[in-house]
Design a protein around this ligand. Structure first.
Ligand SMILES: Cc1cc2nc3c(=O)[nH]c(=O)nc-3n(C[C@H](O)[C@H](O)[C@H](O)COP(=O)(O)OP(=O)(O)OC[C@H]3O[C@@H](n4cnc5c(N)ncnc54)[C@H](O)[C@@H]3O)c2cc1C
Length: 475
């Protein structure tokens, strides 16, 4: 346990100082008021906050950090609290909730940039970009409540990574409050800036352990003017991988999403998601949900898709396909993919892994990891789905139908070891999207290169020598 976690108190003096600066409405100390900030939606990591403070501007964040440094009290930055690994859950810390910092400071369609405060909801940023005739392409199921600060602190991915990259790839500049209360102003909107270390990348993906992100300059893109969506039935993950290569060759940059579903995922969605419908009359072992977009209104994407699929049939890399002919049909196909997590929860307990391997290894991984899990528990139901085009899978295992959920969950360490050892053998990552937080700290120590881990520790010690920022998380 770090020094910061041992402090565990907040003095009246500190509380009064914070109330004086922020106003009583923005310093919460009642348990009932703090409840939404001390646990995540899945309630896996019980937390405890000393107070919740809600700054309205960067100067107030800097003031809070300075005061906490003087009083040696730890802090947890928190955005929309949609994280899934316990990263934003306080453990005897003050929660700095960024939601009031929700201004769009600037939008420059010519430079294709938007400058936003950390507490802006992702969907609000997408809408502001759209109103200016531009696209902000970061898109994930939590976009109605997650915030840009949280997206950057976790280097969020989502459904458009294949075409536009992760959150990290969408940032030009950052403003960050550091552990001594100073403000790093690197809010540059430049695409070229070779003036030494690119410090923003230290804070992107740092899960609130190095500083509090208060604003960012984000990249915008031309708005898509055409879209085509197809669901494809295949015999196996290997066939889906061959199809991915085929589509990538034929459709190049128009390929925006390439998602994978096994039959088990389709079955649980059809059982539990209201209105979900199988568009095929036959059942297939594997499915790919593919989306193309283009900013060019003259390009007929459906025609290009039909040609590419016809070639795929000829090359024997596809068994069946439906192409959406309306946006309602496109949404219905996406619902089959987006409903998997909810449907799996309704199906019973599940043990989850958020992994990545090189795209070329993904089919081998699914095969080997499934075999390893079936050796541990032959009645396991494997639900490996996700962003195959990014090499990122949610490799989940659903409990056997007649097994007690707690007995099944007791097997978590054995499944983790089998799955993560295979990930390591294939030069993959044990955390492709959600981060490390509290959930994967032990696994990080096991699998991260020791030299890289030592460098991370030394960066943490340099930037946050008192260990005030989000103690007990990530490292
Ligand atoms: C339904 C659902 C779908 C999801 N889908 C995806 C997905 O497709 N891809 C993906 O990558 N993730 C996904 N996630 C998880 C993802 O990490 C979050 O949804 C999102 O990026 C976190 O943003 P948030 O504002 O909620 O952050 P929080 O949960 O509040 O915080 C997450 C971490 O960031 C830190 N943090 C928050 N704000 C700041 C700040 N301003 N400065 C410094 N540190 C900060 C916190 O301390 C914590 O460690 C999903 C989650 C849900 C619930």
């Amino acid at each position: 346990m770090s020094d910061a976690l041992n402090r565990q108190t907040i003095t009246e003096e500190l509380l009064n100082t914070l109330v004086c600066q922020l106003g009583a409405d923005y310093v919460l100390t009642e348990e009932s008021d703090m409840l939404p900030y001390v646990q995540e939606q899945r309630r896996l990591y019980p937390g405890c906050a000393l107070a919740v403070v809600m700054p309205a501007c960067t100067a107030e964040v800097a003031f809070i950090v300075e005061q906490c440094r003087e009083h040696n009290v730890p802090l947890v930055p928190q955005g929309g609290n949609t994280g899934l690994v316990g990263g934003g859950v306080p453990q005897q810390s003050i929660v700095v909730a960024l939601g009031r910092m929700n201004r769009i400071r600037d939008i420059d369609p010519t430079n294709a940039t938007i400058t936003v405060e950390a507490g802006c909801i992702l969907q609000v940023v997408q809408d502001a970009a759209q109103d200016a005739g531009r696209l902000f392409p970061l898109s994930l199921a939590a976009e109605g409540s997650c915030q840009i600060g949280g997206n950057l602190a976790t280097n969020a991915g989502g459904i458009n990574v294949l075409r536009y990259g992760n959150a990290r790839d969408l940032v030009l500049g950052l403003e960050v409050v550091l552990a001594d209360g100073s403000v790093m102003n690197s809010l540059t909107a430049l695409r070229k800036d070779n003036t030494g270390y690119d410090l923003k990348h230290l804070f992107i993906g740092s899960e609130g352990t190095l500083g509090i992100i208060t604003a960012a300059v984000l990249k915008l893109f031309p708005l898509p003017r055409g879209k085509a969506t197809t669901l494809v039935g295949c015999d196996s993950p290997h066939q889906v991988l061959a199809l991915y290569e085929h589509m990538r060759d034929r459709l190049s940059d128009t390929l925006t999403a390439f998602e994978f579903l096994p039959r088990f995922a389709m079955d649980v969605v059809l059982s539990h998601i209201h209105g979900a419908r199988d568009p095929f009359s036959l059942s297939y072992a594997s499915y790919a949900l593919i989306e193309l977009t283009t900013p060019n209104a003259d390009l007929d994407l459906n025609a290009r898709l039909e040609v590419a699929l016809a070639d795929a049939f000829e090359n024997d890399v596809v068994r069946d396909a439906v192409i959406a002919t309306s946006s309602t049909q496109s949404k219905a196909l996406w619902r089959l993919r987006e409903g998997v997590a909810e449907a799996q929860t309704a199906e019973g307990a599940s043990i989850k892994h958020d992994i990545s391997v090189p795209v070329s290894s993904i089919a081998d991984f699914i095969e080997a990891a499934s075999a390893a899990c079936l050796t541990i528990l032959p009645a396991s139901r494997i639900c490996a789905f996700g962003h195959v085009g990014d090499g990122n899978l949610h490799f989940n295992i659903s409990q056997p139908v007649d097994m007690n959920a707690a007995t099944f969950m007791d097997l978590t360490p054995r499944f983790n070891r089998a799955v993560h050892d295979l990930v390591a053998d294939m030069n993959g990552s044990i955390s492709a999207e959600h981060g490390i937080g509290l959930a994967k700290r032990t696994e990080l120590r096991r699998y991260k290169d020791p030299v890289a881990l030592a460098m991370m520790e030394s960066i943490k010690a340099t930037l946050d020598p008192q260990g005030l920022f989000n103690p007990g998380k990530l490292l």
